[in-house]
Design a protein around this ligand. Structure first.
Ligand code: GLN
Length: 244
């Protein structure tokens, strides 16, 4: 088996050590004897929806998002929508998460989004939403805590069709007011948590690996358990930082 990952705009959308998420996926595959294939798709490059089973967009500053938003809609939107509809997994973090929605409004300027989730992001007056964060989610069928770090000026608001990845236990979440964090629809996940997210929440990495392998090989594999001593410590420390 092989995990096939495509990072969207790895040069532009990669702040806050989001690359660590990819490295972590790679290691968890290698430790289990699962192949790992990674590619990046930058500005102007097209995407083949059948070629990759896990799509990743990392965080980005407003200026990075300005560089990629229109290009992403033009050159990648249709392929991403097709891949996700066909069962591929998609993880979008922070700036990438904002671009999953309909739009990101910065004053008079509105950046287009992929429209893969029913949400909008607005850069309103007010401080950036920064800090350690913990949320509760039932993403893989049982109650779990995701712990990480958030740092965003944009506030994200849902339309009626969106459902959250989880509920905020500590931190700000999507907008600092409604207690919701991230978005989740089948195999599509968007979240403000980085720091990086996956090494602090190893179960989420394994969940994504399973979704992606299921799409390629037709059934959800049982992944060999790993010792995860350091991963448990990383999770505990991220939770403790959030005060949970
Ligand atoms: N530029 C976005 C904001 O500040 C996202 C930042 C990020 O990816 N950390 O809202």
């Amino acid at each position: 088996m092989e995990l096939r990952v495509l990072s969207l705009y790895p040069e532009q959308m990669n702040i806050y050590a989001d690359r660590g998420n990819i490295l972590f996926l790679q290691r968890r595959c290698e430790w289990r004897g699962i192949g790992f294939a990674w590619q990046g798709a930058g500005p102007g490059e097209s995407v083949d929806p059948g070629e990759h089973d896990l799509f990743y967009v990392g965080g980005g500053q407003d200026r990075d998002q300005r560089v990629v938003a229109a290009d992403m809609v033009e050159t990648k939107r249709a392929a991403l929508a097709a891949a996700v509809a066909d069962g591929a997994a998609l993880l979008a973090v922070c700036g990438g998460y904002q671009l999953l929605g309909e739009s990101y409004q910065l004053g008079a300027e509105t950046l287009p989004g992929l429209g893969l989730a029913d949400l909008r992001t607005i850069r309103e007056e007010g401080p950036r939403l920064i800090g350690n964060v913990a949320i509760e989610t039932e993403l893989d069928g049982e109650p779990r805590v995701l712990a990480g770090f958030e740092n965003h000026g944009g506030r994200t608001y849902f339309g009626p069709a969106a459902r959250p990845l989880g509920r905020v236990v500590k931190g700000h979440g999507n907008n600092g007011t409604d207690g919701l964090e991230g978005v989740w629809r089948d195999n599509l996940i968007g979240t403000y948590l980085h720091g990086p997210l996956l090494p602090k929440n190893a179960w989420l990495a394994d969940h994504l690996i399973k979704l992606a392998l299921e799409r390629r090989y037709g059934r959800r594999p049982d992944l060999e358990p790993l010792p995860d001593e350091l991963e448990r410590a990383a999770h505990a420390s991220a939770r403790a930082a959030a005060g949970v």
